[in-house]
Ligand binder design. Sequence first.
Ligand code: FE2
Ligand code: FE2
Length: 132
Amino acid sequence: MKFIRWKSDYSVKNKLIDSQHKELNEIINQLYELDPEKDSKQIRKLLNDFVDKLEEHFDTENNLMKESDFPGFFSHKLEHERALRKYSSWVDSMLKKKKLELDKDFFASYKRWFENHHNFQDSKLGMFLSNK
Ligand SMILES: [Fe+2]
Ligand SMILES: [Fe+2]
């Protein structure tokens, strides 16, 4: 079973945001299934992709907020900055180790972050954009 299974509640009713969330969750799901002993090359690539896509996604939402004069822009953007720092340094530290290991807390933490940020930030942005 997938680590983060997409459910309709996750939708923020914005095609671009939903597709980026799905893409990030899929990378996490793929990583979760891989074995560091056998799939280290693929894991390294996916970890790098994850950070790149996360940054791209935050840029997308930050731009949508700015263009639409979204009232919660600053606090929402701040959460993006904190999360990008946290997950990119976590990924860096996993990549730097001689023996590649996937930290199980990483997966649980991202899922928790995604759901929390979704409930308190992204869903509000989605609603605001669809009422524009
Ligand atoms: Fe967001
Ligand atoms: Fe988001």
